[in-house]
Ligand binder design. Structure first.
Ligand SMILES: NC(=O)N[C@@H](CC(=O)O)C(=O)O
Ligand SMILES: [Zn+2]
Length: 421
């Protein structure tokens, strides 16, 4: 297919025509190009998520690679990195290849599997990182996400191991001895509600340790879902020293606070927990400053019985793929350069996803892009989401920005706000 996207604003610049031919941005439109009227729309490089839970294999009742891919494409994504906490765990070449193949079959976004750091996420023994890296899936991000690699010797070994092939260890930073029984952020609100707290220092202590390990080894560390002002300060200092560390923040940690736990609605239960307004302000500033490199969704679908129950029994996690860009627009407004860098360019660089996060003004760039209508407003209806799960914290909220179309290597995956196949 060839397209001529007429009157589109690339990252907020003056309207222009954008030609897409044979999977690439072209200097001239092809003769048979299908014309898309894009007046009022903004083109962004296709979004890239370095932290997505697709739940397949094992919890296909919550999400599948297919349903998660649909949610991603509708959210403007062209690539997602699938977390390893599946069942079986993605800790072998066989499982990561399975996820990779399912992604190809769905064909809506590039699904890049993340491999586990330790066998079974148990934190005892390194998984075969090299075998996963050299598999067809070409794994480059390794994470025990859901759990922290708490053992410092194992963390050091993992950092050493992946250095050889420019891999990165993505750490879910949580000192488990400090979060036993935790139900929410430790602070005034947890005290009032009588819920056991997850103190900020449980995250900050691990990040401080890990930046020192990464500095010592000279390897790449990525910090998942940073949630506290103190973590930002640790990262700021590490980056100033030149440590090879990158960090992500989720849309929900940029918007929501621990006060939401007061209604005991488990839709607001997540790891790390929603923090205070002061933390939210520090995270926003860190994203603007570049101390936090990327926005990652931590899209965490859960089946109804795991979420619509009593708070302490509910699994932590929230949906994110279909609302991430609208939440960014509501928090920061139309800062298109910021959005493109933190949601596409930088994540593609961290995950080494060549062809994503490219310059749409250049002929020859792979045509991975999304078209957004920034003036549209829509009400989040959990039942209308493409995800198989319903656990969005934004139900009933009116959000700005509608994803109108998404293109993966020049083929439309979403048109008129609907999945094409
Ligand atoms: N974020 C969450 O609360 N849950 C994630 C795991 C994780 O990202 O830590 C999940 O897999 O459900
Ligand atoms: Zn996590």
């Amino acid at each position: 297919m060839a397209y001529l996207i007429k009157g589109v604003s690339i990252l907020g610049a003056a309207p222009t025509d954008l030609a897409v031919t044979d999977g690439l941005i072209a200097a001239e439109p092809a003769k048979n190009a299908e014309v898309i009227d894009a007046a009022g729309l903004v083109a962004l490089p296709g979004l890239v998520d370095v932290h997505t839970h697709l739940r397949e294999p094992g919890r296909e009742d919550a999400e599948t690679v297919q349903t998660g891919s649909r949610a991603a494409a509708l959210g403007g994504y062209t690539a997602v990195c699938a977390m390893a906490n599946t069942s079986p765990v993605a800790d072998t070449a066989g499982v990561v290849e399975q996820v990779w193949r399912l992604g190809r079959e769905a064909g809506l976004v590039d699904v890049q599997p993340i491999g586990a750091v330790t066998i079974g996420l148990a934190g005892k023994q390194l998984a075969e990182l090299g075998a996963m890296a050299t598999s067809a899936a070409g794994v480059r991000i390794f994470s025990d996400d859901g759990f922290c690699v708490a053992d410092p010797r194992l963390m050091r070994r993992a950092l050493e191991y992946v250095k050889a092939f420019d891999g990165v260890i993505a750490q879910h930073a949580e000192e488990p001895r400090l979060t036993e029984g935790a139900q929410m952020h430790e602070g005034e609100v947890s005290t009032r509600l009588g819920l056991t707290g997850w103190p900020a220092v449980a995250e900050e202590a691990i990040i401080a340790r890990d930046v020192l390990l990464a500095e010592h080894v000279g390897s790449r560390l990525h910090v998942c879902h940073v949630s506290t002002a103190g973590s930002v300060e640790v990262l700021r200092q590490a980056k100033a020293r030149g440590v090879r560390v990158t960090a992500e923040v989720t849309p929900h940690h940029l918007l929501l606070t621990d006060e939401l736990a007061a209604g005991y609605d488990p839709v607001f239960k997540v790891n790390p927990p929603l923090r205070t307004a002061g933390d939210v302000a520090a995270l926003r500033q860190a994203l603007l400053d570049g101390v936090i490199d990327v926005v990652a969704t931590d899209h965490a679908p859960h089946a109804v019985q795991d979420k619509e129950c009593e708070w302490s029994y509910a699994r932590p996690g929230m949906l994110g793929l279909e609302t991430a860009l609208p939440i960014m627009l509501s928090v920061f407004g139309e800062k298109w350069d910021l959005i493109a860098d933190r949601m596409s360019v930088a994540p593609a660089r961290i995950a080494r996803l060549d062809g994503h996060g490219g310059d749409l003004t250049k002929a020859g760039t792979p045509a991975n892009l999304t078209l957004v209508d920034p003036s549209a407003r829509w009400v989040v209806d959990p039942g209308a989401l493409a995800s198989r799960s319903r656990n969005t914290p934004y139900a009933g909220m009116t959000l700005p920005g509608r994803i109108v179309a998404t293109f993966l290597r020049g083929e439309a995956t979403v048109l008129d706000g609907k999945v094409v196949k």
